[in-house]
Design a binder for this molecule. Structure first.
Ligand SMILES: Cc1cc2nc3c(=O)[nH]c(=O)nc-3n(C[C@H](O)[C@H](O)[C@H](O)COP(=O)(O)OP(=O)(O)OC[C@H]3O[C@@H](n4cnc5c(N)ncnc54)[C@H](O)[C@@H]3O)c2cc1C
Length: 347
């Protein structure tokens, strides 16, 4: 094999091929009336809801946004994943009788347990990671955004005019690459991707890194921003230093050490932060007894069952952020477990 495997391309092909060729069986068994609630309509929630509907459950999906699809619809640029792939999945769920309640955030103390008391026999939590991590260094400045809200605005809102501007993207993952490529497409003269990781340590997909190189994004690897130069509430430049790792192979920010005598300054008319995300604050109180792991993710068994009876979880809120394919797989496995839990049968 000569180059990296194009994982995103394979996933996109699988989505499109499956939809076009109707690979899924849309047959469902007769309804037995048992109600299941799904929180979040991203890939995990959609997959779980669809599988349960095929098995005769009466499924309601609660979604805080006004449309279904989660991050692939709200955030991922269309050049990476055409919306048709997701809208086909939503239509399939609707055809199978899944009921969607949009504009409904499930929050508040024991909100999930309240759903169980309201007649839902089981609940699947698939809320994804909704809170973007932000650096205190950039607090209070106007020309700063996190990557998810930036990409969402570019997709659905008024596109910023970056003609002739300098844009600094902080982060070295796939989300940072998406933001950097998008900033270039909006006309920015210079887009800098500043990462703690060295080039050979970048967590982004190799294919995304190649796309960013092709778009003439300038990489500033093994580096950390230490100071903001501003005019009023607007950042005009960023100062930084090169870093090395105190402990080899540990890429956490706390493990970064400045290299003495190094310094750099880059002009920045706009800063985009792409340094990770965590569960929303509301997740902690959804059900007394839910166990949490790092960044507010939910701990589950191999069967995607939480420590609270009748409550299951899957997707990014469990795996800490992976891929669409993994979220779909977890949603399907959780549906099998919910089926076994409620009907005591394998299929
Ligand atoms: C910029 C970006 C690019 C990416 N690119 C790719 C890619 O190219 N390929 C790939 O495979 N993966 C990619 N990913 C990762 C992929 O999008 C996620 O792994 C996947 O969407 C996770 O699915 P999910 O269903 O767990 O969560 P999500 O997609 O996050 O969906 C969660 C849903 O729950 C809703 N919700 C949250 N809280 C509540 C609440 N309290 N009440 C009601 N509803 C709620 C949200 O509005 C959302 O609709 C990308 C991610 C990002 C951020």
């Amino acid at each position: 094999m000569d180059g990296p495997i194009n994982i995103a391309g394979l996933q996109q092909f699988a989505c499109e091929y499956g939809c076009t060729n109707k690979l899924e069986s849309f047959e469902k068994v007769e309804s037995h009336g048992k109600k299941v609630a799904v929180i979040g309509s991203g890939p995990a929630g959609l997959a779980c809801a669809t599988e349960l509907a095929k098995k005769g459950f009466s499924v309601t999906v609660f979604e805080k946004e006004n449309s279904a699809g989660g991050v692939p619809v709200q955030t991922i640029p269309s050049y990476r994943l055409p919306n048709a792939a997701i809208s086909d999945a939503v239509n399939t769920a609707k055809q199978l009788g899944v009921n969607f309640v949009f504009g409904k955030t499930i929050s508040g103390k024991d909100a999930v347990k309240n759903l169980l008391n309201d007649g839902y026999k089981a609940c699947f939590v698939s809320t994804g990671l909704v809170t973007s991590t932000e650096l205190p260094l950039f607090n209070g400045f106007q020309n700063v955004a996190n990557a998810k809200s930036f990409l969402n605005t570019v997709k659905f809102g008024s596109k910023p005019n970056f003609n002739g501007k300098n844009v600094a993207v902080i982060g070295g993952g796939s989300v940072a690459m998406d933001a950097a490529i998008t900033a270039k497409a909006l006309g920015a003269s210079n887009v800098y991707a500043v990462s703690l990781e060295a080039l050979n340590e970048l967590p982004a997909d190799p294919e995304e890194i190649e796309l960013a190189r092709g778009a003439h994004v300038t990489f500033i690897p093994a580096s950390q921003i230490t100071e903001v130069v501003s005019e009023g509430k607007n950042i005009s430049a960023l100062k930084g230093v090169n870093i090395t790792w105190a402990e080899a192979g540990n890429f956490s920010p706390a493990n970064a050490r400045p290299v003495a005598g190094t310094s750099f300054t880059i002009k920045a008319d706009y800063v985009i932060q792409a340094i990770g995300s965590s569960a929303g604050a509301e997740i902690k109180e959804l059900a007394t007894g839910l166990k949490h792991k790092g960044r507010g993710t939910i701990a589950v068994s191999d069967a995607f069952a939480t420590d609270v009876k009748g409550v299951f979880a899957g997707g990014d809120i469990v795996n800490g952020g992976a891929s669409i394919a993994q979220a779909v797989g977890e949603g399907k496995k959780a549906a099998e477990s919910i089926h076994r839990y409620l009907l005591g049968t394998e299929k």
